[in-house]
Design a protein around this ligand. Structure first.
Ligand SMILES: [Zn+2]
Length: 508
């Protein structure tokens, strides 16, 4: 907790999160989740302790209703809900999915009341009350969202939400539907609605103010915050669940969810949606706990907290030292130690110089690069354990096939494999040839085209893990299968070649 005594959000406030990754998040361009994916994400949200899971929009279609039903069948502790437009038919469809509750979305701004729905303020008020009664009569938990609330006349918004509560709604929601407003107007609107009853906040990030507005809403009295994993959602997205959670806990001491689950959740959602995690984002970005600069690495090695607001383990992650043009001696020494490579101070200085030179050419320096440099500098030549002699892969027939020839500890081994594509086939051939030695796991696999033409050279970067030790290798080739296999064989060679016990930390 980092605030002063006059902070606006007391640490003993109860604030819960509503996740709408499966509804508003899925409305992001190009995103579509299968029922299985929705179930997997819902389980992750449950592990994290999210209070409400908006599982979808029952009116979308039969497939969507099946997906929502699969989530309600899980019998989670979290309340499972469906989005409903302001019509009885939508509430009926939500009931078919056996949800615990509904979000009834009614127009709040004149732009929506008159321009979109074509009704009047008075009729909208009456219809909202009628719908709320209909839903509560069916034993549903009801939240009424005033769509485009941030651009509404606040007097009317207050009247509309008051009518909803009077008709029996459990809570209302202030919605900055188009991400248009700032913290001050959010606070004004939310504090007026909080006078009437429990209120939620639904903020979007079009101005980059999603978190600021959510925090402002909480300080004005909101006790449920709508958000999505990785900030997925229409346009610039909803406010990110992981950002709201860490901000409320780190700054105000308000606990909302199990923070250690956040990274796992982020990766699941990224895999299911195909939307990669932006490297520079808070909590979930590849770079969020990675230090490359010499000054930062050196400082971090002396004191973990020197260049980090909170420990990476807080959100289920680990600190990484990256090698590149900004790397200094301390970073090189620490990485060598991780790989159990011994080098004296002069050798470390020489290795650091060469790492910087390689980084200067615009390259990320992988573990394999570092180890090759270290062997060159220390003169510690080692025998390869695994070497690729020959590779043949075809995707012409019905089943992609690959055959491979490896030298393993001086002995030649031949194997073949099949797979969903030539890379997959070649990788299974490598595993076949190595037998029980292939017990390393592929942690990540990235492909980058270096040039944009059909003659592009591709760079494949793999990270493999065995017995808690990981090695990253990058290979550039014209052929993606060859680049993939070479990178993987090199990583296996490094992992198998050295007893993986890291040395005890050196005294220095
Ligand atoms: Zn929204």
């Amino acid at each position: 907790m980092t605030t002063t005594p006059e902070q606006t959000i007391a640490a003993d406030r109860t604030v819960r999160l509503l996740d709408t990754t499966l509804r508003d998040g899925e409305q992001a361009p190009g995103v579509s989740l299968s029922p299985d994916e929705k179930v997997e994400i819902a389980r992750g949200l449950e592990r994290a302790g999210v209070a409400v899971i908006e599982a979808g929009s029952a009116c979308t279609g039969a497939g969507e209703r099946q997906a929502i039903s699969r989530v309600t069948d899980l019998d989670l502790d979290a309340r499972v809900t469906s989005f409903c437009r302001g019509m009885k038919g939508d509430v009926d469809l939500a009931l078919e999915c056996d949800v615990d509750g509904v979000h009834i979305v009614v127009p709040a701004s004149d732009r929506h009341v008159e321009g979109k729905v074509g009704t009047s303020r008075e009729d909208n008020l009456a219809k909202t009350a009628e719908l709320v009664e209909y839903a509560t009569d069916h034993d549903l938990w009801v939240e009424v969202i005033g769509e485009d609330g941030s651009r509404a006349d606040l007097d009317y918004l207050e009247e509309l939400m008051g009518a909803a509560l009077e008709a029996g709604a459990d809570r209302t929601c202030f919605a900055d539907t188009v991400g248009h407003t700032g913290p001050e107007r959010t606070a004004e609107a939310v504090s007026r609605l909080a006078e009437l009853g429990p209120v939620s906040a639904h903020t979007h990030d079009d101005l980059g103010l999603g978190v600021a507005n959510a925090v402002s809403a909480v300080s004005a009295g909101a006790d449920l915050v709508h958000c999505t994993v990785n900030g997925l959602g229409e346009r610039a997205g909803n406010v990110a669940l992981e950002e709201v959670a860490i901000a409320l806990e780190h700054v105000y001491g308000v606990e909302t969810v199990e923070l250690e689950e956040l990274y796992d959740l982020a990766q699941r959602v990224s895999r299911a949606t195909g939307v990669p995690l932006a490297p520079n984002k808070a909590v979930i970005g590849e770079n969020a706990f990675t230090h490359e600069s010499g000054i930062h690495t050196d400082g971090t090695l002396k004191d973990d907290k020197m260049y980090e607001p909170y420990a990476p383990e807080t959100v289920g992650r680990e600190r990484r030292l990256a090698l590149g043009k900004h790397t200094g001696r301390a970073g090189v020494a620490a990485t060598l130690e991780e790989h159990a490579v011994e080098a004296d101070p002069d050798e470390v200085a020489e290795i650091a110089t060469r790492v910087t030179e390689l980084g200067d050419r615009g390259r990320r320096v992988t573990d394999a690069d570092l180890l090759a440099i270290a062997e060159d500098v220390t003169g510690d030549d080692r025998e390869r354990v695994v070497e690729l002699l020959d590779l043949n892969a075809t995707s012409g027939g019905a089943v992609p096939t690959a055959s491979i020839r490896l030298e393993v500890e001086g002995e030649e081994r031949v194997a073949s494999g099949t797979g969903s594509g030539p890379v997959d086939a070649a990788v299974s051939a490598v595993r076949e040839a190595l037998g029980s030695m292939a017990d390393a796991e592929l942690e990540s696999y990235h492909v980058d085209a270096v040039t944009g033409g059909t003659d592009a050279v591709v760079t494949v970067e793999v990270t493999m893990v065995r017995n808690d030790r990981s090695v990253t290798v990058a290979r550039s080739e014209a052929d993606i299968t060859r680049a993939s296999v070479e990178a993987m064989v090199d990583a296996l060679d490094r992992l198998l070649g050295r007893d993986a016990q890291p040395l005890a930390p050196a005294d220095d």
